[in-house]
Write a protein that binds this ligand. Structure first.
Ligand code: F6P
Length: 498
């Protein structure tokens, strides 16, 4: 279950209804998992009042959930993307707290839970995805105690000092605790969640295992899963730990090896005027991605004369996202103003400083862009994982290319030989860009090889099978690293010893 289905319903310019791959890392990761599974994907089609019957799409059984215009405004654009999204990304933008949004979030979560409760087979496994559906695990457990329920949070889970701003923080934590296993991108996220559970509910959370006391209805039901008796109190154990998400690395490499895609990469470089260095940014147009910081650093390098527009080009793909939310509208204006100014000041008739593309592209074109790019810039201010970083690495079977990676992206925990940056430090960012452009081939190759090993070994198949294995036998996870002992070294609001 996810807010979005893997496909969005669109209307073609000819007025015909059609489907297109939905945006975002969640779909990138889960599509291959679901294509290989004998299950169903429950979610929203991306358009208003779309009352569709279940259907098959590209090997996936789809169960649509309809959202009205009010649902989209209050639950999706409002509570999900103007309250939870900025709050969970360390309040980079100010979250808005509106009771009406919250009430609709509860109502839509209930609708998703009811739909899953209707269609899930006896003793089925239901895997709920992401921050839009945090109340579903508990609602579903109450309706269907026979189910095994997993939850995976694709975005960061903030430190308690930030999370505690949320007026409905207790309900969210209780909602999540309806799951048997709760997965996070980073160990630090799992630790933040366990701390929130201890602070808000006083439950015992040791290592990755949380003891959740059974309520009366659960006690009355003969069907709840593993339970243990801690001093006089029956509890259900919930595992909360990191399962860093990944991509189908092999399929990216297969595309990158295709001669037509390599020819397209060459064509892209030629189209850019064959500069010595092509730098690339690929993001949803979102304020968490640090696009403005990256542009500022590049603009200053041009202004300083450290790089020449004849030699270096930056390609920035910014795919449209959440376009009706005001913060996103403002961001688009800011970024496009910044791009226009830099191009106006530094482009020549033969060379454009920044090729800015406000579109989404098919995967083949993205792979060609990754092959064309000497330097990949991932400068997120906060990011759950950032699968673009992993896609770039997966495509570089030539062991070439340099990844500049923000320490605030979950991927930094794994891709340790990337050039790490603090995107707030513009001088540091400029230095990293120069280092990347000038890095000798041998060093590029050494760094890329190490990252490729990680990405190919820990692919999305491994991610899903490890999660589902933990879900099948949660108690076996007792031996795993203690999530609540890990703190996020990049997180200034982490409360030591709490
Ligand atoms: O990965 C985070 C996420 O919000 C997903 O849940 C979502 O599918 C994706 O980014 C794109 O966002 P949206 O669905 O709001 O367009």
């Amino acid at each position: 279950m996810a807010n979005r289905l893997p496909v969005d319903r669109i209307t073609t310019p000819e007025g015909e209804p059609s489907f297109r791959t939905s945006p975002g890392g969640l779909v990138t990761a889960l599509e291959p998992v679901m294509r290989a599974a004998d299950g169903a994907w429950v979610g929203w089609t991306g358009s208003v009042d779309d009352h569709l019957e279940p259907f098959e799409h590209d090997g996936i059984h789809i169960i649509p959930v309809a959202l009205s215009a009010d649902d989209v405004e209050l639950y999706y654009e409002g509570f999900s993307n103007d309250t939870l999204w900025p709050l969970y990304h360390d309040v980079i933008a100010p979250p808005a707290y509106h009771r009406e949004w919250w009430e609709r979030y509860v109502a839509v979560n209930r609708r998703f839970a009811e739909r899953a409760a209707e269609i899930a087979a006896e003793d089925a496994t239901v895997w709920v995805q992401d921050y839009q559906l945090q109340l579903v695990p508990r609602m579903l457990r109450q309706a269907r105690p026979d189910l095994t329920i997993g939850f995976f949070n694709h975005i960061p889970f903030p430190a308690y000092g930030i999370f505690s701003q949320l007026p409905w923080r207790t309900q969210i934590v209780e909602g999540l605790l309806g799951a048997d296993v709760i997965g996070f991108q980073r160990t630090a996220d799992a630790g933040n969640f366990s701390r929130a559970v201890r602070r808000l509910l006083g439950y015992q959370a040791k290592g990755s295992v949380i003891d959740v006391p059974l309520d009366d209805s659960e006690l009355a039901s003969a069907k709840h899963r593993i339970s243990a008796v801690r001093p006089n109190k029956p509890v259900r154990t919930v595992v909360a730990r990191a399962f860093p998400i990944s991509i189908d690395a092999e399929s990216y490499e297969d595309l990158a090896r295709r001669p037509d895609i390599q020819a397209r990469a060459k064509e892209i470089r030629e189209g850019l005027g064959n500069p010595d260095v092509v730098m690339l940014g690929v993001d949803r147009l979102d304020y968490t991605k640090g696009i403005g910081h990256r542009l500022k650093a590049f603009g200053e390098l041009l202004a300083d004369g450290a790089v020449d527009v004849e030699d270096v080009t930056l390609v920035q793909v910014a795919s449209p996202s959440r376009e009706r939310v005001r913060t996103y509208q403002r961001l688009r204006d800011e970024i496009e103003l910044q791009v226009g100014r830099i191009n106006g000041d530094y482009s020549t008739l033969s060379h454009t400083a920044i090729s800015y593309l406000h579109h989404g592209y098919p995967r083949e074109e993205m792979v060609a862009l990754y092959l064309a790019a000497d330097v990949m810039l991932v400068t997120a201010l906060r990011d759950g994982m950032n699968l673009v970083a992993k896609e770039y690495v997966a495509c570089r079977f030539d062991n070439d290319g340099v990844l500049v990676l923000s320490e605030f992206a979950g991927a930094a925990d794994e891709l340790k030989t990337a050039l790490r940056v603090n995107p707030h430090d513009i001088e540091g960012l400029k230095e990293a860009m120069l280092t990347a452009m000038r890095m000798p081939r041998a060093e590029r190759s050494r760094r890329m090889r190490a990252m490729r090993k990680r990405v190919t070994e820990n692919d999305v198949e491994r991610w899903s099978s490890e999660f589902l294995a933990a879900l099948a036998a949660p108690s076996t996870s007792l031996a795993l690293p203690a999530a609540n002992e890990a703190t996020d070294p990049t997180d200034p609001s982490e409360e030591a010893g709490s």
